[in-house]
Design a protein. Structure first.
Length: 266
């Protein structure tokens, strides 16, 4: 477990920079299944975009049954994409995936502000369906991060390692809800309406900032961060030397031929 500590300290940086720190690579290379569980939990707890979305989902919920219903939809969805995408090596650009996750935060804040009725004069789409759809995207984002680390660590993830990471994500999600839900219950009162408007406006603003950040990263980072692009590359020195040698030989033959022709002209 001690070997994994440097990894856990770097998890928040992965979310911002889409890079894989060297300490993370070393920690993942010989991590146990328990380490994968811990890594998944820590990643969820420090995943600000996931937490913001969860806050939006449970913001108006007042019963444990409602929480169970919506969180189950979110959990099933992100488990599907996390496990299957990682196991079969399905991936996409990390910036674009995180941009969609940022949009999910904007969407939930906008819905909580009753934006559909105010600006479009329509009711919002089915909440459980939207939570499930966005859960698929969140799971795909988690899968991409896990695959980035695996490729950089030069390891092939087993199904047990993937499932362990997924279990850790669920533990982290439960830990977040244990903290967030009681806090939301505490702010219920005569000022809750104003608090709700301010809080969900902050969700929208935070989502917009995250969206702009991710899109800026996509258009300015030329590597575009597919996990396979993080794999170590073979040195090209030998090929360059060979090409240089061929160029030198060609130049030598050309000079020799030119000199030979010049002597005949005399």
């Amino acid at each position: 477990m001690k070997k994994l500590l440097p990894l856990l300290l770097c998890v928040p940086l992965i979310g911002w920079a889409h890079g894989v720190p060297e300490s993370t690579v070393k920690a993942m290379a010989d991590a146990s299944l328990i380490d994968f569980i811990y890594f998944g939990a820590e990643h969820m707890v420090t995943g600000y975009d996931h937490i913001l979305f969860l806050i939006g989902v449970v913001f108006f919920l007042s019963s444990y049954f409602d929480i169970f219903k919506f969180i189950t939809a979110f959990t099933i969805a992100h488990c599907i994409t996390l496990v299957f995408a990682t196991f079969y090596g399905i991936t996409a650009n990390a910036y674009l995936i995180d941009a969609v996750i940022a949009f999910s935060v904007i969407y939930k804040g906008f819905e909580n502000l009753d934006g559909f009725k105010k600006y479009f004069s329509i009711g919002p789409p089915n909440l459980i369906l939207m939570v499930f759809i966005f859960g698929l995207i969140h799971g795909f984002g988690l899968s991409t991060k896990l695959q980035e680390v695996a490729v950089a660590s030069d390891i092939h993830l087993s199904l047990f390692q993937i499932l362990s990471f997924n279990v850790g994500v669920e533990f982290g999600q439960i830990a977040v809800l244990i903290i967030v839900f009681p806090l939301l219950l505490m702010i219920r009162g005569k000022f809750f309406d104003k608090i709700s408007k301010v809080s969900n406006s902050i969700l929208v603003i935070a989502g917009i900032l995250l969206l702009v950040y991710q899109l800026n990263g996509y258009f300015t980072d030329h590597t575009h961060h597919h996990p396979d692009q993080l794999a170590p590359q073979e040195p090209q020195n030998e090929q360059v030397i060979k090409l240089d040698t061929n160029d030198h030989d060609s130049k030598h033959d050309h000079d020799h031929k030119h000199g030979h022709d010049h002597s005949h002209s005399h």
